[in-house]
Design a protein around this ligand. Sequence first.
Ligand code: RTP
Ligand code: MG
Length: 138
Amino acid sequence: MATEETLVLVKPDGVARGLTGAILARIEAKGYALVDIRLVEPDRETLARHYAEHEGKPFYEPLLEFMMSGPSVAIRLAGNRVIEGFRSLAGTTDPTTAAPGTIRGDFGRDWGLKVQQNLVHGSDSVESAERELAIWFA
Ligand code: RTP
Ligand code: MG
């Protein structure tokens, strides 16, 4: 089986709160390999491509605004079953109810904003990973 790759983003809330190191430590402790990493400040066009599946949803505009509010860290991560493995590390989308022990469950909460600020993104399938890695690591 070929080693899988995924796109991880430490979103602007994670970078602004100084949690990049803590998040990377969990990824490294789990044993996944950092293939590439960069600080990024995506424009609207990049984010519209990345979040195309969510266009038209109530949180779409707040999500793009949030993602343009400061830098993110983009990570190309590799390992067997890394896509589901990282999403397990991240926890469920809503940080209020994400399980303790996960990144979102331990570091996230509801800040009363129009979008869920949940610290990280991880691709949700092999197809998404290929598509997203081409966007962020063009
Ligand atoms: P991600 O794509 O960032 O890894 O997160 P996910 O799969 O768990 O969540 P998804 O459904 O793909 O949503 C993408 C991002 O949009 C924001 N969101 N806010 N109701 C809301 O306020 C809401 N729903 C989604 C979150 O930042 C989520 O990660
Ligand atoms: Mg998603």
